[in-house]
Design a protein around this ligand. Structure first.
Ligand code: SAM
Ligand code: DTB
Ligand code: SF4
Length: 330
């Protein structure tokens, strides 16, 4: 780790102490860390595209795409490369610097679909966008192929604490997730790894998740914090939503624990006020998903985000900028 203040040996007691600070002190501390390592008026805009939708064999209790639940989602096989290129161009024109392609797979298989995805990665990378994929579990060899094609980041979330995991997903283990993250690292691809709040977890679970994430070495370059988007037909529909202050606490704690990472205010913004989102930015969130759709659910429209950026004096961050280069610039 290049900066001496970046630690990967946080104890549970330390993480809990930060998380439980008086709210305004926590946000203030996070804002200070944020200003030391990042340009506070810059927010990265990422765009998502579901390239293979629904019919997933996993039983994630929050997900619209699991074949285990009747969610009414229209499934779709892998889309054509041309469609991806068109969407990536649109995203870039709308100010996105990162483009993330998601597939409802348990794991990548070595077949024609994977070859087509490698071509998509090559093309989108050639457009000057940071390309990210989220395709389920993968082997080290598959990670190397993605890296060779120009993949910049791989998203693979831990979602919640290890002890709450089996209450949410039974078709894979926490260790499966950690193994994939390790394979991504070995191939030299940056890691995007975070979680979802509102899965019926306790505060202790949120603290445990933040401890696990911040003790990955090196830290994930990008840490998405999602609020559960409730999906009718899934077991977690009807779950009480996470308190906004608890959400902001998680963002602030992530910022303090992982100072150089991008912390992404991810799913769930549609249900959040502009003021809550502003608090998230103050607490160190410096990335969002832009565009009218996440993977299968709606997201704030581009013009309302443009208005939010304008009200707060924020601007979209350019592609391939690292926290290190910012620190070097002052
Ligand atoms: N199938 C792959 C996987 O699970 O890794 C990639 C796609 S999956 C939809 C990507 C991530 O989206 C999940 O890990 C989860 O964190 C997030 N996600 C899925 N459904 C969600 C929901 N209803 N609300 C919030 N986040 C969700
Ligand atoms: C992440 O952490 N959140 C994104 C992205 N990584 C792949 C996905 C959010 C999905 C929200 C529900 C949906 O649209 O299906
Ligand atoms: Fe499948 Fe991913 Fe949804 Fe789980 S989160 S059901 S693995 S698409």
């Amino acid at each position: 780790m290049s900066h001496p203040e970046v630690r990967t040996n946080w104890t549970r007691a330390e993480v809990a102490e930060i998380y439980n600070l008086p709210f305004l002190d926590l946000v203030f501390r996070a804002a200070q860390v944020h200003r030391k390592f990042h340009q506070s008026d810059e927010v990265q805009v990422c765009t998502l595209l579901s390239i293979k939708t629904g019919g997933c064999t996993e039983d994630c209790k929050y997900c619209s795409q699991s074949a285990h639940y009747k969610t009414g989602l229209q499934a779709h096989k892998l889309v054509a490369k041309e469609e991806v290129v068109t969407k990536a161009r649109e995203a870039k024109d709308n100010g996105a610097s990162r483009f993330c392609m998601g597939a409802a797979w348990r794991e990548i298989r070595d077949n024609k679909d994977f070859d087509r995805i490698l071509e998509m990665v090559r093309e989108v990378n050639g457009m000057g966008l940071e390309v990210c994929c989220t395709l389920g579990m993968l082997t080290e060899e598959q990670a190397h192929k993605l890296k060779q094609a120009g993949l910049h980041a791989y998203n693979h979330n831990l979602d919640t604490s290890e002890s709450h995991y089996a209450n949410v997903i039974t078709t894979r283990t926490y260790q499966d997730r950690l193994n994939t993250i390790e394979n991504v690292r070995k191939a030299g691809i940056t890691v995007c790894c975070g979680g979802i709040l509102g899965l019926g977890e306790s505060k202790d679970d949120r603290i445990d998740l933040l401890k696990t994430l911040s003790n990955l070495s090196p830290h994930p370059e990008s840490v998405p914090i999602n609020a559960l988007v409730p999906i009718e037909g899934t077991p977690l529909h009807g779950q009480s939503t996470v308190d906004n202050f608890e959400f902001v606490r998680s963002i602030a704690t992530a910022r303090i624990l992982m100072p150089t990472s991008m912390v992404r205010l991810s799913a769930g913004r549609l249900e959040m006020s502009k003021e809550t989102q502003a608090l998230c930015f103050l607490a160190g969130a410096n990335s969002i998903f832009g565009g009218e759709k996440l993977l299968t659910t709606p997201n704030p429209a581009s013009d309302s985000d443009a208005e939010l950026f304008s009200s707060l004096g924020l601007r979209p961050r350019e592609a391939f900028k690292s926290a290190q280069s910012e620190a070097a610039n002052g």
